[in-house]
Design a protein around this ligand. Structure first.
Ligand code: ZN
Ligand code: ZN
Length: 287
């Protein structure tokens, strides 16, 4: 009897202490990135004409001369900061493709890592060797060993748990999902939201809903890995109708979206389907 009530007391204590710790961590994170709450209002939207997204790393080919390999990485330029989103699976392919695209690693201010999988973080060490003067936004759930490695290189880290503002007009959805925690990036332009996903493990529709709820704006473009490589045709069709309901205007699925889903998306989105692969440059002005 005593043992049971002891357990109950422990559980009750945990229930009180855990939210307390969460509040504390939120406060710590606020020093680096601003956590989204009612106090943060989007003052102005980024002029879409300024924004450029360059796909550095993808398993789908696009630009001749670039190497393709399983993984994803892209450069977001034209916002307040120049951001590298994910780093692909292999450092020499990442840096080689960057060179071919005339992207200087030391012009990058921030790195945002979507999730821990090697096809998104594998090129990160090689990048850090070229430029460690960056701030790295990573899901809080990343292993301590990984975080220590980053800080030991001299880079700063921001552990992402809640949705937060990364820089002017650029936001993180916060780490979503249960098993594999993942953050996606949102750029708020004057034409609507651009959402870029790494692998979309939490579910692409869930991610888009989270972005829309957060910024209360229309979705101009969703691009990146949608994680539908192994999905059935039925599931893909359901996702397409969810996209239509959400009023997603343009889509650029790549990486782990898979050939079957890409073909179906292209069929349903027609001229609003963007063929994305290594070397593709998406200029928001054209959308
Ligand atoms: Zn993954
Ligand atoms: Zn992936």
């Amino acid at each position: 009897m005593y043992r049971t009530s002891g357990k109950v007391i422990l559980l009750l204590m945990a229930a009180i202490v855990v939210p307390g710790v969460a509040v504390l961590l939120n406060t710590c994170a606020q020093k680096e990135g601003e956590i989204m709450n009612e106090k943060i209002e989007t003052v102005s939207r980024l002029e879409a004409g300024k924004l450029k997204i360059t796909v550095i790393y993808d398993n789908n080919p696009y630009k001749e001369g670039l190497e393709t390999a399983w993984g994803f990485s892209c450069l977001i330029s034209g916002a307040e900061k120049t951001i590298l989103f994910d780093t692909g699976g292999n450092g020499s392919i990442l840096l080689g493709n960057m060179q071919k695209l005339a992207i200087e690693p030391n012009t990058i201010d921030l790195v945002v890592l979507s999730h821990i999988h090697g096809d998104h973080t594998g090129g990160f060490d090689s990048f850090l060797e070229k430029n460690s003067k960056v701030t790295v936004y990573l899901p809080k759930s990343f292993p301590t060993k990984f975080k220590d490695k980053v800080t030991n290189c001299g880079a700063k880290i921001v552990e992402v748990e809640q949705p937060l503002k990364i820089c002017e007009n650029v936001y993180s959805t916060g780490q979503l999902g249960r098993l594999i925690k993942e953050q996606s990036i949102i750029v708020q332009t004057d034409k609507g939201l651009i959402i870029i996903t790494g692998c979309a493990h939490p579910g692409i529709v869930k991610i888009l809903n989270a972005a829309k709820d957060l910024l209360k704006d229309d979705i101009l473009l969703a691009m990146g890995g949608f994680h539908l490589e192994w999905a059935t045709k039925g599931k893909i069709k359901k996702i397409i109708s969810a996209f239509k309901q959400l009023n997603v205007r343009y889509i650029g699925p790549c990486h782990c979206t898979g050939h079957k889903a890409r073909t179906l998306f292209e069929k349903h989105f027609g001229k609003n389907y963007i063929k994305v692969g290594a070397g593709k440059i998406v200029t928001a002005a054209d959308l």
